[in-house]
Design a protein around this ligand. Structure first.
Ligand code: ADP
Ligand code: ASP
Ligand code: MG
Length: 403
């Protein structure tokens, strides 16, 4: 008998038939005698629809209320999934994140899990239930409902697998596993049999939304080995685990395109100490994560421009923060560009191979794609390109490095 944590994403629970399909899969494991904890997302489109609804009331809703609203998406699916199991004769009980003992900090809309006390989950399992837990949500110590950032059901599943010391953690989605790039953009992308935490971290951080970034960080930290696989077939998926020596033979494991970034440029910043600190401290205080940063050379003038990128949903908030600094900082103006995309290549093999950046830039040059910003890590190279050219650039780079 094994204890298994399974997570089903939005498409996998997207309509009543899909929910019944999930129940069938869970029932098979249950029949084998396994204990199963199921984490579900909101039905596909529901979280987006709730966000849209809120924005029709006000453009920047209080984040506490946003969490209250968004958490209802997953609450629908836990109940429906439990019903589908009961309908097929399998005992099931649903729990919200709070009921499952998931405690978070108070950073609404991107809360971090602080602690999981899974006594109730254990008790329900021991009483013979499949336990269905609402993904993406938790509760602060003082009882406020929080959410864990977009795609956060992945984190719920990984964290529960760690807390319950599960024997198996399976992430069911609408593709067969982790591919060399988004199979929706490149039709001949290849499924990977395995990938290291570090590579998937960089891919997820580069916009490959197949797994939420923070869920992979958590898995690495707590050594949770997991499999990404499809809820719609029985194909073997991708195993995500610590790096092994043979993984280094491949230079570029994957390519990612992130269309969810926006660029802000603070133009005419007085070139003196403390300016960058002021800007980025203020953004950090507002819990906005900044990705790429470029400061241009100030050509003898006493001014400089600082450009940086943030996730699109944070753009309005970031704009407000920077506008609030205008008097103090003395910068000239703030400009915003939403029509950008970030293209990245990732592979642990880059540590031991040279010329990778040159080949990427050459490929883009030949495709006539202009590079706006560049950043690198030991195992990743990212560039900012025009949004309209993003997919074409992804295909060119995938072809040059993978197939
Ligand atoms: P879920 O709702 O199950 O959480 P998501 O939509 O969040 O699913 O993530 C799955 C999607 O991620 C796929 O449909 C695919 O389009 C996209 N994706 C992006 N990059 C990759 C990749 N490298 N491998 C697999 N899927 C990817
Ligand atoms: N429903 C949430 C979202 O759409 C969480 C998730 O799907 O993992 O982001
Ligand atoms: Mg997801």
């Amino acid at each position: 008998m094994a204890l298994i944590v399974q997570k089903y994403g939005g498409t996998s629970v997207g309509n009543p038939d899909r929910i019944k399909n999930v129940a069938r899969r869970v029932a098979e494991y249950r029949k084998r005698g396994d204990q199963v904890v199921v984490v579900v997302s909101a039905m596909s489109g529901v979280t987006d629809a709730l966000i849209k609804l809120a924005k029709e009331i006000m453009p920047l809703p209080p984040e506490r209320e946003m969490d209250m609203l968004l958490a209802t998406g997953e609450q629908q699916t836990i109940a429906l999934t439990a019903m589908a199991l009961e309908a097929s004769g399998v005992r099931a009980a649903s729990l919200t994140g709070a009921q499952a003992g998931i405690t978070t900090d108070g950073v609404h809309t991107k809360a971090k899990i602080q602690n999981i006390t899974p006594q109730k989950v254990h008790a329900l399992l021991d009483a013979g239930n499949v336990v269905i837990v609402a993904g993406f949500q938790g509760e602060t110590a003082d009882g406020r409902i929080t959410t864990l950032g977009r795609g956060g059901s992945d984190l719920t599943a990984i964290a529960l697998a760690a807390a319950l010391k599960a024997d198996l953690c399976q992430i069911y989605t609408d593709v067969d596993g982790v591919y060399t790039t988004d199979p929706r953009i490149v039709s001949n992308a290849r499924k990977l049999a395995e990938i290291s935490y570090d590579e998937l971290l960089e891919l997820a951080g580069s916009g490959a939304k197949v797994m939420q970034l923070r869920s992979v960080e958590f898995a690495k930290k707590f050594g949770v080995v997991f499999e990404v696989r499809s809820s719609l077939n029985d194909n073997p998926g991708t195993i995500v685990k610590e790096e092994t020596r043979s993984m280094e033979d491949i230079v570029v494991r994957g390519v990612a395109l992130d269309k969810n970034q926006a660029k802000l440029t603070v133009v005419g910043v007085p070139d003196k100490p403390g300016q960058a600190a002021r800007i980025f401290n203020s953004l950090a205080d507002a819990a906005i994560s900044v990705d790429m940063i470029v400061q241009n050379v100030s050509h003898g003038t006493a001014m400089t421009d600082i450009s940086f990128t943030v996730d699109k949903p944070d753009l309005l908030k970031a704009q407000k923060v920077i506008e609030g600094l205008k008097a103090e900082s003395g910068y000239r103006e703030l400009s915003v560009d939403e029509k950008i995309a970030k293209l990245s290549i990732v592979g642990v093999g880059m540590k031991s191979h040279s010329g990778v950046a040159a080949k990427m830039f050459e490929t883009l040059a030949r495709a006539g794609v202009n590079i706006g910003m560049i950043s690198t890590s030991e195992i990743k190279i990212s560039v900012i390109v025009d949004l309209a050219r993003g997919e074409e650039a992804t295909r060119a780079v995938h072809k040059a490095f993978i197939s």
